[in-house]
Design a protein around this ligand. Structure first.
Ligand code: ADP
Ligand code: MG
Length: 382
C-alpha cells in the first residue's frame, strides 16, 4: 500500500484551495512532493463571499454551495495528480478540511461547520477521503482548532529551542514547542482578515500587496487602543476565533467611537500594526528566561512585508524565520497538515493536541469515505 497523502484546505481567507501531495521523509520527517493552488471559480467565490458576509442562507443555497465547493476540491485533487503525474492508486488517502462556513467556539452547543462535500471528492478521484476533522475533537469537548499543531510539533520541534510556530492566515495562531514539555497553542486573534476586509471595502482589492498601502499611512493610537480592548485578548487558552467575530462590522463598531474620522489609509496602517501586535503578544507571553526563543512564521501573512517588519520590531532580538527556510514553504504548511492528519487517521493515530483544543483526550479525527468502486452492485452476486 502506498503511504502518500493529499492534503486540501481553503482557509478563512477564502482565497482558494491549497493542495499538496506529501508523505514521510525529508529532513523534517514530512515532505511535500507537489503543491498547487486552485482558485475558486468566480461564481463559487462570489456565492461564498455573499453567504459568509450575510451570515445566513437558505437550505437550497447552502446545499448547492456545499456541492459546488466539493467539486472544486475534487478538481484541485485531480489537478494536483496531473501536475505530479501520478495515478490515484498511488495515493493512500486524501485529507480534506473543506471550507469553514462558520466557526462558533462560544456557542452552546459549540460547533465548527466546514462545507465541500467530501463524497464528491471520493467519487471523482476514487481515493479514500478523510474529512470532518474538527468534529470529533469538538465532540470530545475541544474547540476543534487550532488543528495543525500536531504537524508543527512533528516537523519543527528543536531540542535546544523554545520555538513558536505562527501561522498568519485569515486568523493567526501560535504553537509553542518547548524542549521536554507538552505542546501548547491557541488562536492569537486576527491574521490577515481585518486588513483584507478593510482594503476590500474601501478599495475593492483582495489584500494589501506586500503591505505597500499600509506602509504609506500612520498609526492611530486611539484606534489601536480601542481595537486592543476586545475581551478575546484577555482570555486564556484554549481559545479560538474566526472572521465571523473579527469582521468588518467589528471594525466599523470601533471606528464609530473615534473622536475624529480617520483617513482610510491610516485605518489600514493601524490594522497592520494591531495584527503585528496581537501576534507579538503571543510570542512575548513566553518568559525571556530559559532556552533561546525563536519564531517560525507561515501562512499568507509572510507575504505582507509591512506586517512582518512591524512584527520583527515588536519581537526585538528574537529570531524570526519562515518555515520555508527549513524546507516547508509558508503557503504549504496548512495543506501539509491535512495530508499528515489523513495519515494519522488511516494509521489509527490521534490527530488533535488535547492541551491545545481543550478536548478531554487524544482522538482519531475525521471520517473515512472509501474511494473504491466495486465491480458489482449490491443485488448482483459478488
Ligand atoms: N503578496 C501578498 N501581500 C500581502 N498579503 C498577502 C500576499 N499574498 C497573500 N497575502 C495574504 O495572505 C492571505 C492568504 O493566506 P492564507 O495562509 O492562505 O490564509 P487562509 O489559510 O486563511 O486561507 C491573503 O488573504 C492575504 O491577506
Ligand atoms: Mg488560503
Amino acid at each position: 500500500m502506498p503511504d502518500l497523502y493529499i492534503g486540501l484546505i481553503s482557509g478563512t481567507s477564502r482565497d482558494g484551495v491549497e493542495a499538496v501531495l506529501a508523505g514521510q521523509g525529508g529532513p523534517l520527517g514530512w515532505q511535500v512532493h507537489a503543491h498547487i493552488r486552485y482558485t475558486y471559480p468566480d461564481a463559487v467565490a462570489a456565492e461564498l463571499a455573499r453567504l459568509t458576509m450575510a451570515g445566513h442562507g437558505h437550505f437550497q443555497e447552502l446545499g448547492q454551495l456545499d456541492a459546488a465547493i466539493g467539486d472544486v476540491f475534487a478538481d484541485a485533487a485531480l489537478a494536483l495528480l496531473h501536475e505530479a503525474d501520478l495515478r490515484p492508486a498511488t495515493v493512500r488517502a486524501i485529507g480534506s478540511h473543506g471550507q469553514t462556513l462558520h466557526h462558533a467556539p462560544t456557542a452552546t452547543p459549540r460547533f465548527s461547520w466546514q462545507i465541500g462535500d467530501p463524497f464528491r471528492i471520493a467519487e471523482r478521484t476514487g481515493i479514500d477521503t478523510v474529512a470532518m476533522f474538527r468534529q470529533r475533537d469538538i465532540a470530545a469537548g475541544g474547540e476543534g482548532a487550532p488543528i495543525a499543531c500536531g504537524l508543527h510539533a512533528a516537523c519543527f520541534a528543536d531540542p535546544s529551542l523554545r520555538r513558536a510556530v505562527v501561522n498568519i492566515g485569515g486568523i493567526s495562531n501560535i504553537t509553542w514547542l518547548r524542549p521536554g514539555e507538552p505542546v501548547t497553542g491557541y488562536d492569537c486573534g486576527p491574521g490577515n482578515t481585518l486588513m483584507d476586509a478593510w482594503i476590500r471595502a474601501v478599495r475593492g482589492l483582495p489584500f494589501d500587496a506586500s503591505g505597500g498601502w499600509a506602509a504609506e499611512g500612520r498609526v492611530s493610537a486611539e484606534l489601536l487602543r480601542s481595537l486592543r480592548t476586545d475581551p478575546f485578548f484577555a482570555l486564556t487558552a484554549p481559545k479560538t476565533t474566526g472572521p465571523e467575530y473579527f469582521s468588518l462590522g467589528w471594525l466599523q463598531g470601533r471606528l464609530a467611537t473615534l473622536t475624529d474620522r480617520m483617513a482610510d489609509i491610516d485605518v489600514q496602517t493601524t490594522l497592520t500594526e494591531f495584527t503585528a501586535g496581537v501576534i507579538a503578544d503571543a510570542v512575548l507571553a513566553e518568559p525571556a528566561e530559559g532556552p533561546q526563543r525563536d519564531v517560525l512564521v507561515c501562512g499568507g501573512g509572510v507575504r505582507n512585508a509591512e506586517l512582518m517588519r512591524r512584527l520583527r520590531r515588536h519581537l526585538g532580538g528574537i529570531p524570526v524565520a519562515e518555515t520555508g527556510d527549513l524546507g516547508l514553504p509558508a503557503e504549504q504548511v496548512e495543506a501539509a497538515a491535512f495530508a499528515w492528519l489523513a495519515r494519522q487517521s488511516m494509521h489509527a493515530q490521534a490527530g488533535n493536541v488535547p492541551a491545545v483544543t481543550g478536548a478531554t483526550g487524544p482522538r482519531i479525527l475525521g471520517c473515512v469515505i472509501p474511494g473504491a468502486r466495486p465491480a458489482t452492485g449490491a443485488t448482483e452476486p459478488a
